[in-house]
Design a binder for this molecule. Structure first.
Ligand code: ADP
Ligand code: MG
Length: 629
């Protein structure tokens, strides 16, 4: 056996540096946190070679006394906690007292710092954690720390660093977190290109520097979001709020259309600390329910304000994870507040069937034509309508047809059905804008919500069928049906086995009686079989313990199977009925149950600008007519 040695302090620091200061971005993170803890209101970060050559961070925080500056390079030296009680009630970003010591041990570090009480500051230069120089210096209150030649004395570590670009990208990610966590702190990032550094003196030549970020302090998180994540995101956010006794939540979630294929644009902050949490990310996703497809992830920037004694921030070396004492409750209130915000926010422009500015002069019942009159021009037009037949996939409520063309109170905008395109899209005029509606997606949403509402209604109205509808199933398919029979029963769809291959639908919810039930059930069996055959393992697992998820999936399929298809020609009345039904749909009318959009709006201003023109807005004025070229 070899003899046991106690390692010298510098080596100990270098070993522990591996945990805390993995790479340039983790140094930037630790140093920004120190500036924040020092009460800084402005932080300037300067970089050369993705931080490998230089990371310099300057702040206007409280600074350090000369004695504290020397102490700060010792391990476990911190001004932030004193005892176990403090550790359980952490109010600052840092608390372990190891970052500066670790960073210093693997770099050449210069600290310049001044506190308010002293007229001058102090400058300390250390190599590999060893203090080489100390002298007074004239400077403003605050701290400036330069970290040069990172890992110069640990070549093995340097090898693990990928390349300048990746490191720089990682630093940008850290800065994105920090700037979102602290909108009330101004941040500036300056990137110096290599040539702009004087190799002899190491001095930075400002004129070749590139200011990458310059974000002023703001009280308004949405202003900061706009500054760092851009207009595309900041324009499409819905604010959320929850005000509990122990936890408050605020921030923003992106509208469904903003969703991403990954979780990169998801930001959680617990008392300003950026954290990652798959569980809480799922809580938000769950609130979107059928507004997002399975493989899409919502964008969000969410803050938790929680009593520090109710979380453990000391459970991860880089402090990027956190333990909540009551995670279940956090999950619940987070999901609830996101859901509420989504429900309250109309996800598309509101329109009213009542505002259609044509009205019916004659009753449509049984007629091949309906005559409308344009209210403004008084001009009459005839529109061909399909005979109102009971099998129309868009269930037209005959009693409502009379009303459906009547003009009631005008509100701001009117929705006018213009035409059907490609037997697939309904074109409408909405105020001055053009709206294109995906007839299948729109109808799917209508049906899904209706079916879901019915499924959740304890007093579901069931209608026994006078003539049960018989259909046949192959042996393999019978198994699929049998496995889902309990759920179908609960949804009010009663199917009996007649023996052999024959089954009969004997009861359905009243609102479904007019559907083509045989097609619906055969289609549903096909859909359910697909999950089984092609191993949609996510869903199968989700189904196992979760009856609601299984029910929801079945409803999604039934909605799809019973909806108008592409290629179905729709009459004017059918289109109006469909839009009317969509308009009355409370939740999620902007997307189908799979999360695809039900409509696209081409704004009139956009249209004019695409033709190289600007809407003059004075057509009513006779004088300006005819001078449009
Ligand atoms: P911790 O942040 O966990 O306390 P650090 O090693 O990061 O440990 O820092 C050690 C101490 O140095 C801090 O507790 C703080 O007192 C001081 N310090 C570090 N950076 C700054 C700064 N930018 N401004 C003022 N004080 C600082
Ligand atoms: Mg620290």
């Amino acid at each position: 056996m070899l003899k046991i040695n106690i390692l010298p302090e510098q080596l100990r620091n270098q070993i522990s540096a591996g945990e805390v200061v993995e790479r340039p971005s983790s140094i930037v993170k630790e140093m920004i946190e120190n500036s924040i803890d020092a009460g800084a209101k402005k932080i300037v970060i300067e970089l050369i070679q993705g931080g490998l050559k230089l990371i310099k961070i300057n702040d206007d925080g409280c600074g350090m006394s000369p004695e504290d500056t020397l102490m700060s390079l010792e391990r476990y030296a911190t001004s932030k906690i004193k005892n176990l009680e403090d550790l359980q009630n952490i109010q600052t970003m840092g608390f372990r007292g190891e970052a500066l010591a670790s960073i210093a041990s693997v770099s050449k570090m210069t600290i310049q710092t001044r506190i308010e009480d002293n007229l001058s500051g102090v400058e300390i230069y250390a190599e590999g954690g060893k203090i080489m120089k100390q002298s007074p210096i004239g400077m403003n209150i605050g701290t400036s720390i330069e970290v040069r030649d990172l890992f110069y004395n640990t070549p093995a570590r340097l090898k693990f660093i990928k390349n300048e670009k990746t490191e720089y990208q990682d630093i940008l990610d850290i800065l994105t977190d920090a700037t979102l966590a602290w909108p009330n702190v101004a941040f500036k990032l300056i990137k110096h290109s290599e040539e702009s550094t004087d190799i002899e003196t190491g001095e930075l030549k400002e004129e070749k520097s590139n200011i990458v970020l310059d974000l002023p302090a703001t009280e308004d998180l949405s202003v900061r979001i706009q500054g760092i994540l851009g207009n595309n995101i900041s324009n499409e956010l819905i604010s959320i709020y929850y005000g509990g006794v122990n936890v408050k939540i605020d921030g923003f979630i992106g509208k469904p259309a903003l969703s991403r294929a990954n979780r990169n644009q998801q930001f959680f902050f617990v008392n300003h600390r950026p954290i990652k949490s798959y569980v809480l990310s799922y809580a938000v996703k769950q609130a979107f329910h059928s507004l997002l497809p399975k493989e899409r992830y919502p964008v969000f920037i969410i803050n938790f304000h929680i009593d520090p004694s109710l979380v453990d921030v000391n459970c991860h070396p880089r402090k990027t994870e956190i333990k909540f004492h009551d995670e279940k409750e956090i999950f619940r209130v987070l999901s609830m507040s996101c859901k509420k915000a989504l429900e309250e926010n109309v996800l598309m422009p509101k329109f009213n069937r009542e505002n259609i500015n044509y009205y019916q002069e004659k009753s449509a019942k049984g007629l091949g034509f309906v005559e409308f009159q344009n209210l403004e021009s008084k001009e009459k037009i005839s529109v061909k309508v399909a005979e109102i037949n009971e099998t129309s996939p868009v269930q037209i409520d005959e009693e409502k047809i009379d009303q459906s063309f009547q003009v009631e109170d005008f509100s701001e905008k009117e929705m006018i059905v213009l035409a059907q395109l490609d037997k697939s899209f309904i074109l409408c005029q909405y105020g001055r804008d053009l709206v294109l509606i995906d007839q299948h997606a729109a109808h799917e949403r209508v049906r899904y919500n209706l079916m879901m509402e019915n499924a959740l209604n304890e007093e579901m109205a069931i209608q026994p069928l006078l003539m049960p509808i018989n259909f046949e199933l192959a042996l393999g398919d019978q198994e699929v049906l049998n496995n889902n029979k309990v759920i179908l029963d609960q949804l009010g769809v009663k199917i009996e086995h007649f023996g052999g291959n024959t089954f009969a639908i004997s009861e359905v919810p009243s609102f479904m009686t007019k559907l083509n039930l045989e097609n619906l059930i055969l289609g549903l069996v096909d859909d359910l079989k697909m999950i089984k055959d092609y191993g949609d393992s996510h869903n199968v697992n989700a189904f196992k313990g979760d009856l609601f998820a299984r029910k929801e999936k079945i409803l999604t399929y039934m909605a799809c199977r019973s909806a108008v298809k592409f290629g179905d020609e729709l009459s004017h009345i059918e289109m109006i009925s469909l839009i009317d039904q969509l308009n009355k749909t409370k939740e999620g009318k902007a997307t189908c149950p799979h999360g695809r959009p039900t409509m696209i709006i081409l704004e009139s201003d956009e249209l004019w600008s695409r033709f190289g023109r600007k809407y003059p807005g004075f057509f009513e004025n006779e004088k300006f007519r005819g001078i449009n070229c």
